[in-house]
Design a protein around this ligand. Structure first.
Ligand code: PMP
Length: 364
């Protein structure tokens, strides 16, 4: 069996140790005689898996007690709607638009907002989503119910560095889908953090929501219970059947992360991986280009183009033959993209860089 070097944007590579452990435990989890997929979500076995996953996540991210951790379904896309449905409470909200995902979140909030206004507080669309807005460009409403940001734009490769997260005076809501767990995060600066699982957490189907208790209980009474954060929190993510197998794999990923030295350890590895790839692009004499401002280049998602787009097909074909998968860029921006999530090893990035250097030499 050979495993490819997987640079997919999501669903994405999972740690091989985790897959092996899941394989070993697949038919008979801890002597129960059944798979995690086959056991009651309310039995003590699954309850212990869920409790351990939450405890490990709290430890990894340093989540304060005043925050609830919810394991939901519906993906980050459902959160685009669920957040305004829960938090607007008749008020306005501000959105900073720095790429395709925060734009989608903004549009969805406009769609579900009833009799209220959802504002774009800043957008970098005119510069092709290749930079962050300056402080002067951001026009905040001090009465907004919340301010929404996407801290890592998966398609455009723009990441907000932790030190740029400032106090907005209103609850900060962040889509961290594509870089959660890749580095330490000051959770206490956020009102709500959310992420689809399928990049750095586990399989698709689990959506993580970390919400400050002060933001619970603001939903209108007409909101379906399954969409109400307060109801989900009261029921410990068990209002209905949660995505049990996905939560189990996420729990294994959290334990794996602890063995790698937690998020500080991951950050050092991720910074080194990203540096290797950006150096390859920047030193290619224009053969490869990444358009993003250096101070906000994503460590997780690295989009790049070839100077001669006629070589794209050959690049992808030869990459595939060399065991390098998932490098095709998102259709909206074209070119290539390498996603360097936690489970992508420094070795994988070395192999990619070597391939890119060789390809540039043979075709430049
Ligand atoms: N936000 C970001 C930053 C994403 O990268 C994605 C998916 N690629 C989404 C939201 C949508 O997530 P989902 O498919 O889980 O709804």
């Amino acid at each position: 069996m050979t495993r490819a070097w997987n640079f997919s944007a999501g669903p994405a590579a999972l740690p091989e140790d985790v897959l092996r452990q899941a394989q070993e435990e697949l038919l008979d989890w801890h002597g129960t005689g059944c798979s995690v997929m086959e056991m009651s979500h309310r039995g003590k076995e699954f309850m212990s898996i869920l409790a351990q996953a939450e405890a490990d996540l709290r430890e990894l991210m340093g989540i304060p007690e005043q925050y609830k951790v919810l394991f939901l379904q519906g993906g980050a896309t459902q959160q685009f709607a669920q957040i305004p449905m829960n938090l607007l409470a008749g008020r306005s909200a501000d959105y900073i638009v720095t790429g395709a995902w925060s734009k989608k979140a903004f549009k969805e909030a406009q769609r579900v907002a009833v009799n209220t206004n959802v504002r774009c507080a800043a957008s970098t669309e005119e510069s092709g989503f290749t930079r962050l807005p300056t402080a002067e460009e951001i026009k905040l409403d001090p009465f907004a119910a919340y301010l929404h940001v996407c801290t890592n734009e998966t398609i455009h490769g723009v990441e907000i560095p932790a030190e740029r997260i400032a106090d907005a005076g209103v609850p900060l809501v962040a889509d961290m889908s594509s870089h959660i767990l890749s580095r330490p995060v000051p959770v206490e600066k956020f009102g709500l953090i959310y992420a689809g699982a399928q990049k750095n957490i586990g399989p698709s189907g689990v959506t993580l929501v970390i919400i400050h208790q002060d933001l619970l209980g603001m939903a209108p009474l007409t909101l379906p219970t399954v969409m109400d954060y307060a109801v989900q929190a009261e029921n410990g993510s068990m209002l209905n059947t949660p995505p049990t197998f996905g939560i189990y794999i996420a729990g294994l990923v959290f334990q794996w992360l602890k063995r790698q030295g937690g998020l500080t350890g991951m950050e050092a590895l991720n910074a080194a991986k990203a540096e290797m790839l950006y150096a390859c692009i920047d030193n290619s004499g224009g053969f490869y280009t990444n358009p993003v401002d250096v101070d906000c280049r994503s460590r997780m998602n690295v989009p790049f183009t070839l100077a001669d787009a006629r070589l794209d097909a050959a690049f992808l074909e030869e990459a595939k033959a060399a065991g390098l998968l998932g490098l095709k860029g998102h259709k909206s921006v074209g070119g290539m993209r390498a996603s360097l999530y936690n489970a992508v090893s420094p070795e994988a990035v070395r192999v990619l860089v070597e391939f890119m250097n060789d390809f540039a030499k043979s075709n430049g």
